[in-house]
Design a protein around this ligand. Sequence first.
Ligand code: COA
Length: 313
Amino acid sequence: MGDVPSSHTRIIGWGSALPDKVITNADLERTLDTTDEWILSRTGIRERRIGGTTTSLGIAAGRAAMERAGVTGDAIDLVLLCTSTPDAALPASANVIQHELGVRGGAVDLNAACSGFVYGLVATDGFLRAGLRRILLIGSETMSRLVDWDDRGTAILFGDGAAAVVAERSEGPGGLLGFDLGSDGSMSHLLTAEVGGTIRMEGQEVFRQAVRVMVESAQRALHHAGLGIDDIALFVPHQANARILTSACTRLGISEDRTMNNLANVGNTSAASIPLALSMAAEAGRLAPGDRVLVTGFGAGMSWASAVIEWAT
Ligand code: COA
């Protein structure tokens, strides 16, 4: 699975949106039996943003990506929203975003938890190959609504946010060079949230499995792309825990200076985490045309997904 010999997906714009309200570790010290030192040393997180709705954050991120791409809604054929925190069971939150942004085409939500954006990237490539011209691919989450704020094992980890890319069908350079998608539902009990409930997690076991699945998945995607880790200009992993990232980087053989890490300021934003990190890397000038970028997501399910893309803008 996953060989993509001639892809036509070109990312032509990106953008992000974060709520204004900042919750620092010091804020959590006041309500939980925890310390800034514990949270920072165990997770790498200093603060997270809280607020808004999945649709409002998705609209703001989508608008920013469309502006950067220089396109308006009538040039977009599909809004693909990756989220595990839709604002309603019905309609899909993507429909609300589609209407607000004046998009002419279709709209659909995709839920693969923290792996969602990478699944969305692969789905985007498929939709473009099927004939669509441009897709607004968004990761947007309001994890604060799923968090039990009395549970120090999970409340410290998650944050809200959104980021988006505009992907265009192109005969030029760029594209999806290889990917890997996976799931093992026998581990579904490790990280759950019932409908109307809050997150329950076996943190240590999630940690252990996360390192394993992200390394194996990243290696399979590289193999399908016909590339090695030394060909990767930037590794953009799902931002869950700085120690998970360090372990994965060591096992993959990639240095942390070629790895995006924005955990300190945003925490774990689930399906928004990879596009947020990608947008911040692009903003910071860390991506150049021709760069090969490895993205790897993992999370509840357990699910995982990796892709190698060639940056083109
Ligand atoms: N502050 C202080 N102490 C805490 C704490 C907190 N916020 N959370 C847990 N502890 C305590 C535990 O109660 C335990 O105490 P005990 O030894 O007296 O029983 C001790 O710290 C160790 O707990 P443990 O669960 O082993 O800690 P850990 O080093 O595994 O760190 C996580 C906990 C949640 C940070 C870590 O397991 C993790 O990040 N896992 C992955 C989670 C994740 O990424 N999920 C999303 C995947 S998409």
